[in-house]
Design a binder for this molecule. Sequence first.
Ligand code: NI
Length: 159
Amino acid sequence: MAIRKILIEGEDDLLRKHSRPVEKFDKRLWTLLDDMAQTMYDADGAGLAAPQVGVLKRCVVIDVGEGLLELVNPKIVWSTGSVVRPEGCLSVPGRRGTVERPEKVRVQAQDRFGQPIEIEGEGFLDMALCHEIDHLDGIIYIDKMIEDVTDQYETEDEE
Ligand code: NI
């Protein structure tokens, strides 16, 4: 495993591109997922999407304190409600801003072997799912930011 360099918004246009679906569930993918998890933990993040390490593949890793989630080709298939919460991003260091997201989402994805998985998330997990899946379409939370609240927060987990 290796820690990869996290791209910073404004410095690299890879963050703004659409990622391609993963078709091969091979060693190369597993190395990417391993490296993404290590990179996320090293940066004290709660989530990381492949484009943030310069790889345009549809995969994300998330850990909101309930263990590591690896999601390949994740898709939001259902959502309900709406809630405004502060978010941060490892690719936008030192800033936080509020974003409106659904209250609860259901996501279908595949695991590292290509097996289908489905998860439901609310609260912090909901936010992490929405935030990371946005990265796969080149969207960063600041694009949707309602208010910059950087001043109101000490450093916390960043996505
Ligand atoms: Ni992010």
